[in-house]
Design a protein around this ligand. Structure first.
Ligand SMILES: O=C(O)c1ccccc1NCC(=O)[C@H](O)[C@H](O)COP(=O)(O)O
Length: 246
């Protein structure tokens, strides 16, 4: 089901923060960081290039190596555009801190695997301010910064659908940060299994990749997160927005 009335694929440039720096990882693995400097400067650059969304990740919170909460708050505060916050949001305190930044929505990952009752409760309380990140290797979900196994993708999806989850952010970890192209088959399969909108994440390498994801909008893909390709200057955000404009 198309969720985006414009029929246009939304783009979410990513700023992943580790130890106060904007970084990119390969396969989401700690220790594979390439640093790209100030998260605030990166976010402001995407905003001035015309982004409607920012996908902002606290990698330290995701890996359990601390957090960048103050910096994440500063970046979110500086944005006039919509912000999706991800990374380590696993309890009431972290969720309250994330929502208090004024972000548009938060992305829960590990919690959906380890504390499903809590996730059902916050979905009921906060509706579409909550998305769930389905981070997979094959069809096995991964949690804790993608370091622990968390069950079957489609069983979890069916449970979350029943609980009223508004939206899913689907990442093929094997593709993430590799510039190898998105997993279009996975996106098609997830769209076939749920009527909720899907945000695609991981692997985008070219404008043709974005055009291929945009072809899936009628199936239910609403947006695409773009990280490494923008930092590696494979294309500009302006070119990306133009490529998916209807
Ligand atoms: O989102 C998370 O919580 C997360 C946790 C642990 C490792 C990575 C995590 N997110 C990574 C991203 O969301 C990337 O920014 C996104 O998939 C972009 O990928 P790419 O375009 O391949 O750089």
């Amino acid at each position: 089901m198309p969720s985006n009335p414009s029929g246009r694929l939304e783009l979410l440039p990513a700023v992943d923060v580790r130890d106060g720096q904007a970084v990119r990882l390969v396969h989401g693995e700690s220790g594979t960081e390439t640093s790209y400097g100030s998260p605030l400067q990166a976010a402001l650059a995407w905003q001035s290039s015309g982004a409607e969304w920012l996908h902002l990740v606290d990698l330290d919170a995701a890996f359990g190596t601390g957090d960048n909460r103050a910096l994440i708050g500063e970046v979110t505060d500086a944005m006039d555009i919509k912000v999706e916050l991800s990374g380590g949001i696993r309890d009431d305190a972290a969720l309250a801190a994330a929502l208090a930044t004024g972000c548009t929505r938060v992305n829960l990952g590990t919690a959906a695997l380890e504390t499903p009752e809590w996730v059902a409760k916050v979905i009921a309380e906060h509706g579409d301010k909550i998305a769930v990140g389905l981070d997979v290797r094959g069809t096995t979900l991964r949690g804790r910064g993608w370091t622990s196994d968390g069950g079957d993708l489609y069983e979890t999806l069916a449970r979350l659908d029943k609980e009223g989850c508004a939206r899913y952010v689907v990442t093929d970890i094997a593709k993430d940060g590799t510039l190898q192209g998105p997993n279009l088959e996975l996106l098609r399969n997830v769209c076939a299994a749920t009527d909720r909108p899907v945000v695609a994440s991981g692997g985008v390498s070219s404008l043709d990749d974005l055009r291929a994801i945009a072809e899936l909008v009628p199936l239910g893909v609403e947006g695409a997160i773009v990280g490494k390709a923008l930092y590696a200057k494979a294309f500009t955000l302006e070119e990306a927005l133009e490529a998916v404009a209807k």
